[in-house]
Design a protein around this ligand. Structure first.
Ligand code: GSH
Length: 212
C-alpha cells in the first residue's frame, strides 16, 4: 500500500493528510507518524527512505515524493480523479500560482513571526517561551494578510470557485493561528474562508489537539 510518512503536528505534514481524508482514501494508505520534532526524522530507518529526514514523504511503489504541495497534487490526480486540482491549462496555472505563493511567500512570512511560539509549544521542556507574543503587525506578514483578505473578499474559495488543494496549502500554516492569537476580527474574509475550510472532512479530521 502507498505509505505517507508525516505528522499532523506540522502544517506541511497536515496537507497530504487533509487530501487523503477529503477524498475518503484513508483505508487505501498506510500513514506512519514521524515526529520530526522529537528526532524521528534522524532515525536510520527513516533516513533510508528520505535522506533529508523531512516530512511529509510519500512512498508509492517505486516513487518517493517529497514537498507537501507536490504530494497533494499527486494524491488528487492519481487517487482522486483531479477533483481538488485542475487539468485545463489556465485553471491549472491559477491553482499553481497559489501553491507557489504559499511556499515562497506566505509560509516564510508566517514562519518568521510564529516560529518561536510554535517551537515552544512543540517542545516546551527544551525550548523556552518567546520573550514576546507573536507580532501580527510585522510588515511583511501584514502585507500578505492584506493581500489575501482582499482576494478572499467576495470569494467562497481561494481559486476556481471550488475547494482545491490550494485551500489546504494556504490554510496549512493557519493551523497555528488560533492558539497564537491571530487577530481574526481584522480579517473577516480570511476568517470566513478559513471557517469554511475547517468544516471540510480534510481539515476537521486532521486537527491536532496541540493546536486547538
Ligand atoms: N517545503 C517542504 C518542507 C518540509 C519540511 O521542512 N518539513 C519539516 C516539518 S514542517 C521537517 O520535516 N523538518 C525536520 C527536519 O528538517 O529535520 C514541504 O512543503 O514539504
Amino acid at each position: 500500500m502507498p505509505t505517507l510518512y508525516t505528522t499532523a503536528l506540522s502544517a506541511n505534514g497536515r496537507k497530504p493528510l487533509a487530501v487523503i481524508e477529503e477524498l475518503g482514501l484513508r483505508e487505501r494508505f498506510v500513514v506512519r507518524e514521524v515526529n520530526v520534532y522529537r528526532g524521528a526524522g534522524r532515525a536510520p530507518w527513516f533516513r533510508a527512505i528520505n535522506p533529508a529526514g523531512k516530512i511529509p514523504t510519500l512512498v508509492d511503489g517505486d516513487l518517493t515524493l517529497v514537498e507537501s504541495n507536490a504530494i497533494m497534487l499527486y494524491l488528487d490526480e492519481v487517487y482522486g480523479d483531479g477533483r481538488l486540482s485542475a487539468e485545463e491549462p489556465r485553471e491549472r496555472a491559477e491553482l499553481m500560482r497559489w501553491l507557489f505563493w504559499e511556499a515562497a511567500q506566505w509560509q516564510p512570512a508566517i514562519a518568521r513571526v510564529l516560529s518561536p511560539f510554535v517551537a515552544h509549544r512543540l517542545l516546551p521542556d527544551a525550548i523556552p517561551p518567546p520573550e514576546q507574543p507573536p507580532q501580527w503587525s510585522e510588515e511583511g506578514l501584514c502585507r500578505l494578510l492584506a493581500r489575501l483578505e482582499e482576494h478572499l473578499d467576495g470569494r467562497a474559495w481561494l481559486v476556481l470557485g471550488r475547494r482545491t488543494v490550494a485551500d489546504f496549502a494556504v490554510a496549512a500554516m493557519m493551523t497555528y493561528f488560533a492558539p497564537a492569537g491571530f487577530p481574526a476580527a481584522k480579517y473577516p474574509a480570511i476568517e470566513r474562508w478559513y471557517s469554511q475550510v475547517a468544516e471540510l472532512d480534510g481539515w476537521s479530521r486532521t486537527a491536532h489537539p496541540l493546536w486547538r
